[in-house]
Design a protein around this ligand. Structure first.
Ligand code: SAM
Length: 297
């Protein structure tokens, strides 16, 4: 089995470069949470994901199976670069590109949703004819801008994040793109913000689409609240549900600390969503894994 190796350094997350060579060194690793401390580690990415987990016991296996140095669980970086160059970058709006470039220069830039995933979300929003949407976890606003561009002119996005400073890096681009009137940014912790919204009957069943991309240990709490806020036949999308591929690795696999920390919560979420009769689901291996939940009850 051939492997590619990528060095990942704290505060030096690799970025996707559309002109760069295919393969390990120019890559973009999806992680979340501002508290994430990425120590220097070697990522070893098996190029052939055939379900064989025996490699995890290999002492030479330094880090994340299924973390091929980019925000996807594809077979290779080359394939990922192919998708970006062929289907994503040529159609990425100049504003999204500008915000992506700005974000690449910011610390924790790897937190941004990858461009292929945002392209998918934009199409989904249009397929749903979504008008009222919400985003939990904004960062600099790359997925927020994608949503705003995909919505009709009278569409709305409630966007919640505890950190206004990062949002303000993207806000001028959102303004320049002519979609700022759709964005209702609310600074604060997500849980109390959702609870406040639930007190107003008018918010119940209001939303056509909700994108959840924040603290994994709270996703189940968000789920109960979002199920009341999304309309029947509306969609909630949970990001990072494949959690860097760590879900199928042994507990002592050499992942970064934050991966270990949140892994049980993602496992619990996936199990819960699979059994939840109130929703129809599909877990997709786009980006770091995204689970679509359509409210059916
Ligand atoms: C992965 S980033 C979001 C990325 C964003 N969707 C994008 O495309 O750039 C996660 C964000 O969630 C925010 N966050 C994490 N936990 C939160 C909480 N409990 N309440 C509010 N915001 C939170 C962080 O401040 C961070 O900006």
């Amino acid at each position: 089995m051939s492997e590619s190796r990528t060095q990942i350094h704290s505060h030096m997350a690799p970025s996707v470069d559309e002109m760069g060579s295919a393969g390990g060194a120019t890559s973009n690793l999806k992680t979340d949470e501002q508290s994430y401390q990425l120590s220097t580690l070697t990522v070893t990415s098996p190029s052939n994901h055939n379900g064989d987990t025996s490699q995890y016991k290999d002492k030479d296996f330094k880090a994340s199976h299924g973390t091929p140095g980019h925000k996807t669980l594809l077979q290779s970086d080359a394939l990922y670069q192919y998708i970006l160059k062929t289907s994503v970058y040529p159609r990425e709006s100049t504003y999204l590109k500008e915000l992506r470039k700005i974000t690449e220069g910011v610390s924790l830039s790897y937190m941004a949703t990858p461009p292929d995933e945002v392209q998918f979300l934009m199409l989904l929003i249009q397929l749903l004819n979504a008008k009222n949407t919400m985003e939990l976890g904004v960062y600099t606003g790359y997925s927020l801008l994608g949503t705003a561009l995909a919505l009709p002119d009278d569409g709305k996005i409630v966007a919640i994040d505890l950190d206004r400073n990062n949002y303000e890096l993207g806000a001028p681009v959102i303004e320049k793109a002519g979609v700022a009137h759709k964005v209702d940014f609310r600074e604060g912790l997500i849980l109390p913000q959702l609870d406040k919204m639930l007190l107003n009957q008018e918010n119940l069943g209001l939303f056509d689409f909700i994108f959840v991309d924040a603290d994994k240990d709270n996703y189940l709490k968000y789920h109960e609240r979002c199920l009341k806020l999304v309309k029947v036949e509306g969609v909630i999308a949970y990001d990072n549900t494949l959690w860097n591929g760590s879900l199928v690795a042994p507990e002592d696999a050499p992942y970064a600390t934050y991966i270990h920390q949140y892994r049980p919560f993602v496992l619990e979420l996936n199990k819960f969503l699979a059994a939840d009769k109130r929703i129809a689901i599909s877990q997709l291996s786009v980006g770091d894994g995204i689970t679509l939940c359509r409210r059916i009850l």
